[in-house]
Design a protein around this ligand. Sequence first.
Ligand code: ADQ
Length: 455
Amino acid sequence: MSRLIVISNRVSAPTADQPGAQGGLAVALTAALREADGIWFGWSGKTGETSGLKFKTCDGVTSATIDLPEQDVNEYYDGYANRTLWPLFHYRLGLTEFERDFQGGYERVNRLFGEVIGPHIQPDDLIWIQDYHMIPLGWVLRQRGLTNRLGFFLHIPWPPTRLLTALPEHRRLVEALFAYDVVGFQTREWLETFHDYVINQMDGSIGEDGRITVGGRTIRAIACPIGIDAQEFIASANSQQAIATYDRMVESSIGRSLIVGVDRLDYSKGLEERFNGYQRYLETRPNAHANVFLLQIAPPSRAAVQSYQDIRAQLDALSGRINGAFADIDWVPLRYVNQGYPRDVLAGVYRAARIGLVTPLRDGMNLVAKEYVAAQDPENPGVLILSRFAGAAAQLDNALLVNPYSPDDIADAIERALAMSREERVARWTTMFENVRDEDVIWWRKRFTACLMNA
Ligand code: ADQ
């Protein structure tokens, strides 16, 4: 059996201080690495002079991380990854920064990863590279003479051709993808926008079974939606801590319906538009006021990047304005919380919420939507309101799908969800739950690696 090598910007394999790996992706990859005697490579998250890879083995999984000098962190991570590719791939051309130094740092760090990881790769290893931080790494490894099976999975959307061509080096970036044997996208929509680029910018052709040919090179590009660790999440929702949290939420709701949002504080998640939609609901339904409240949990992320500082300041102001305008002596319409919570606590909050409000402006997938579904009480589930621009909408089409830019659409969906009969809630939830359970993160990992093995 081939070893599996996973390479991603950050490594979330278990460590001695945190033996339980966190998050669905970490769980799925850790299980695969343990079975396949593999290694997970990536950046340690630390800034410092590069002194080579540090190997650790914990709980049967080996990880190897490297520190990066400050200039690399600024140009590769904060720069090209988070100020160029992230906004551009989320259709935010106005927030995209085009700096040659960022691109230089991105290519330099990808070359560095190739240099330090290359010597540890054995001829029949299966290599799986994750996400937009590492698009050129496959090409770098091929330059070093590697002939291994190489796969790449993009966790975020693939942008429309006309947007992507605003990136000066777009062609070079896409050509690098042709070093892989298999390239995976979250949805058919992102796969089709990739096809569009290949046909119109590279004169490529699309064949059977996801095969794409450009010049003399053929690769496979597939849609392979990521899931959550559904079994684990269902168990979380029934844990002591989840039950205690559920009770706490019900008690503090005093009969009001809880609407919940849980997101990293990121402009792609549509938090400002969500608050505006909720405000529209409050403005247009004055009689319904004291029957609901919105709990928005949003831990800050990427705080070194200006656009993230801006969105945080805007949300602080907007939440203050909404509470200032609508709160009463015994009711606060919006609870806005900037911290992270353990998974069991989140599961309890989801279960107590009559509505899960998940309205990104653009999202590769969105796992919060799937977690909300997995955490519900089958006898009395809540309603998922989901942006039609989240990758998850392709699978969870029994949610109330909304246009996240429209405050009226969000307000109408809240009204409809609150009035929905239990029968309709159960019917909608059941099909969504079946999808979340069946197409979970283990299914995703097996599907991608099977495709890579047969490429
Ligand atoms: P993200 O943009 O980070 O991921 P998402 O898929 O929603 O977005 O995952 C967020 C995760 O963080 C969820 O598991 C959620 O529970 C957790 N989380 C959020 N807020 C939290 C809080 N306050 N406390 C604790 N945990 C919290 C990227 C892409 C997505 C894609 C994933 C996986 O942007 O589109 O779904 O990768 O491919």
